[in-house]
Design a protein around this ligand. Structure first.
Ligand SMILES: Cc1cc2nc3c(=O)[nH]c(=O)nc-3n(C[C@H](O)[C@H](O)[C@H](O)COP(=O)(O)OP(=O)(O)OC[C@H]3O[C@@H](n4cnc5c(N)ncnc54)[C@H](O)[C@@H]3O)c2cc1C
Length: 459
C-alpha cells in the first residue's frame, strides 16, 4: 500500500515545518517535509523575522530580566484573556529555549530588537536577524535543513489527505506530486500548512470583517491542514482570530513598519483627519482604516523617526523607490500627499498639543516626542496578513477532537493550529505569529521524536 516510509512526515515548509523538521532530526529520525509550492518561502519569508522570547541571554546582556509568566500576562492582556492559558504559557516557556537553540545550534544570527517596543510588550523581547527580515531567517533554516542528510525536503508535493488506521490514529499521508499521488507511511505527522488567509471562502465564512481587504500573505495558505484535520475529527478553535495590518504601501507591496507610530507618528485619512488611537495595535486598527473613505490612510512622522527606522530593510527599500513624501513643513507635506492642507494642519496642531501619558480624544496616551520638520508621509492600505485560528491542540501541539481526545500521531503548529491571539483582531500581539510557528514547531518536533523513541523501546 505504501510508496515510502519515514518516521516523521511534515506538511508545509514554512517556519513551523522547518523548525519541526530540525527538532525531530536532532533525535536522528528520518524526516520528510512536503511543500505544496516549488519554493521554501511561506508567510515566514514575508515576516519581519521577529521572534518574541522572555528570559533570553540576549535580554540579560541588556539588563532585561523577565519571566515566561510576565510575557504570557502581556499576551493575555492583549487578547482579553481569550487564549488557552496552558498553551500560551507553554509557548512563552519554550520561547527562550527556542531562541537560544536557533542561535547556538542552528547558528542563526539573532539579536535583541531595541529600536522600539511593540504595543503591549513591557520589555524589549523581539529577537531577529540583523536585516529584521523573515527572508534571512528562512535562509538560515534552509541552510540547516540542507546540511542534514536525515531530512528530505520535497517541493511540488501537496499533502492532500491524512491516512488513518483502525482506531482513528494517523498512520501516514497522501501526497500529490508531479508523478501522481503517493502514500507515505509515517509514525507521526505534523501539520505546518499555515492558516486560511489565501482561501477567500473560508475568510468570508470565519472573518467577514476583513474579507474585503488586501490579502498580504502567501497564496498557497488555503487552510489545507485545517480541512484535512477536520476531515478526521479534529476540532477547530478561535477561527475569528487573525493578524491584520494597517499599513501596507500598495504601490510597492511593501509593509511600512508600525515603528513609525510607536515612535510618535500618527495616521490620517484622505481628508487629513485622524480617526482613532493608532497605538492600540496595527492589527485591530486595520478595521478602523477599512471604515475610512476609499479604505486607505496616510502615516505621518518626522525626520528623527525616519532616521531611526532607515536601517530596517523594507523601510530602506521604500525610501529607495521614493515611496515616502517629504517636506520641511506640514502644509508642504499635505500638498505632496494630495490631502487637504488646512485639515492636515489642524490635525497636526491638535496632535502636537497632546501630552505623553494623557489621553487624547481617541484614548491614545502614548506621545513619546513632538514631531519636528522635515516631515514624512506615505499612503497605506489595510491588509489581512494571516489567520490565527485553527486546529485545536494541547500544549504538546497534539491535535484534539471536540471531546478533547488526542488524535494519536497527529500534531499541528503555526497558522494551522489555534494560536494565542484569542478570537479577534485585537488579540494579536506582535510576534504571536512566529512564536506559534517556531515555538509549536519545536514542541511538535521534539514531542513526536520522543514519543517515537518511547514507543520503540516499549515495542
Ligand atoms: C507581511 C507579514 C509580516 C509578518 N511579520 C511577522 C513578525 O514580524 N513576527 C511574527 O511573529 N509574525 C509575523 N507574521 C506572521 C508570520 O509570518 C506567520 O505567523 C508565520 O510565518 C507562520 O508560519 P507557518 O510555518 O505556520 O506558515 P508559512 O510560513 O506560511 O508556511 C506554510 C507553508 O505550508 C505550505 N502548504 C500549504 N498547504 C500545504 C499542503 N497541503 N501541503 C504541503 N504544503 C502546504 C505553504 O505553501 C507554505 O510554504 C507576518 C506575516 C506577514 C504576512
Amino acid at each position: 500500500m505504501w510508496d515510502a516510509e519515514v518516521d516523521v512526515a511534515i506538511a508545509g515548509a514554512g517556519g513551523c515545518g522547518l523548525i519541526a523538521a530540525l527538532a525531530a532530526a536532532d533525535h536522528r529520525l528520518e524526516v520528510a517535509v512536503f511543500e505544496k509550492t516549488d519554493h521554501v518561502l511561506g508567510n515566514t519569508v514575508a515576516s519581519a523575522g521577529m521572534i518574541p522570547a522572555a528570559g533570553t541571554s540576549f535580554q540579560k546582556e541588556h539588563g532585561i530580566y523577565e519571566t515566561a509568566e510576565e510575557m504570557a500576562e502581556d499576551i493575555f492582556r492583549k487578547n482579553k484573556y481569550e487564549s488557552d492559558p496552558e498553551l500560551t504559557i507553554a509557548l512563552c516557556k519554550v520561547s527562550s529555549q527556542l531562541v537560544e537553540w536557533m542561535s547556538d545550534r542552528l547558528k542563526i544570527n539573532l539579536s535583541l530588537v531595541k529600536e522600539f517596543k511593540y504595543p503591549g510588550q513591557r520589555n524589549y523581547r523581539m529577537h531577529a536577524p540583523p536585516s529584521r527580515s523573515g527572508m534571512e531567517l528562512m535562509r538560515g533554516l534552509k541552510r540547516n535543513i540542507t546540511a542534514r542528510s536525515n531530512i528530505h525536503l520535497l517541493l511540488k508535493s501537496q499533502v492532500t489527505k491524512l491516512i488513518t488506521g483502525k482506531n482513528g490514529e494517523v498512520i501516514g499521508v497522501e501526497v500529490k506530486t508531479t508523478n501522481g499521488y503517493q502514500k507515505i507511511k509515517a509514525n507521526k505527522v505534523i501539520l505546518a500548512t499555515n492558516g486560511f488567509g489565501g482561501n477567500i471562502d473560508m475568510v468570508k465564512r470565519f472573518i467577514p470583517e476583513i474579507s474585503d481587504s488586501l490579502y498580504f500573505g502567501y497564496e498557497a495558505n488555503t487552510g489545507d491542514g485545517i480541512k484535512m484535520a477536520m476531515a478526521i475529527g479534529a476540532d477547530v478553535s478561535n477561527m475569528g482570530a487573525y493578524q491584520g495590518h494597517s499599513a501596507v504601501n500598495q504601490a510597492t507591496g511593501v509593509l511600512v513598519t508600525w515603528g513609525t507610530v510607536m515612535m510618535g507618528g500618527f495616521m490620517i485619512n484622505e481628508n487629513g483627519i485622524r480617526f482613532g488611537d493608532e497605538t492600540k495595535g496595527y492589527s485591530e486598527f486595520a478595521i478602523e482604516v477599512m471604515k475610512q473613505p476609499n479604505q486607505l490612510g496616510y502615516l505621518i512622522f518626522d525626520e528623527e523617526i525616519y532616521g531611526k527606522l532607515i536601517s530596517i530593510e523594507d523601510f530602506k527599500y521604500l525610501d529607495g523607490v521614493n515611496a515616502f513624501k517629504t517636506s520641511l513643513t506640514i502644509e508642504g507635506l499635505a500638498e505632496q500627499l494630495g490631502v487637504a492642507e488646512t485639515s492636515l494642519s489642524d490635525t497636526f496642531c491638535a496632535f502636537q498639543k497632546n501630552t505623553n501619558g494623557q489621553s487624547d480624544r481617541y484614548g491614545r496616551t502614548d506621545f513619546p516626542q513632538k514631531l519636528e520638520g522635515p516631515f514624512y508621509g506615505i499612503k497605506v492600505v489595510p491588509a489581512l496578513f494571516h489567520t490565527q485560528g485553527g486546529v485545536k491542540i494541547n500544549s504538546n501541539a497534539q491535535v484534539m477532537t471536540e471531546k478533547n481526545i488526542i488524535i494519536k500521531n497527529l500534531y499541528a503548529g503555526g497558522g494551522a493550529a489555534v494560536g494565542i491571539s484569542g478570537n479577534h483582531a485585537y488579540g494579536y500581539m506582535s510576534g504571536n505569529g512566529l512564536l506559534a510557528a517556531l515555538g509549536l514547531g519545536k514542541i511538535a518536533g521534539e514531542h513526536a521524536a520522543k514519543a517515537i523513541k518511547k514507543e520503540r523501546i516499549e515495542a
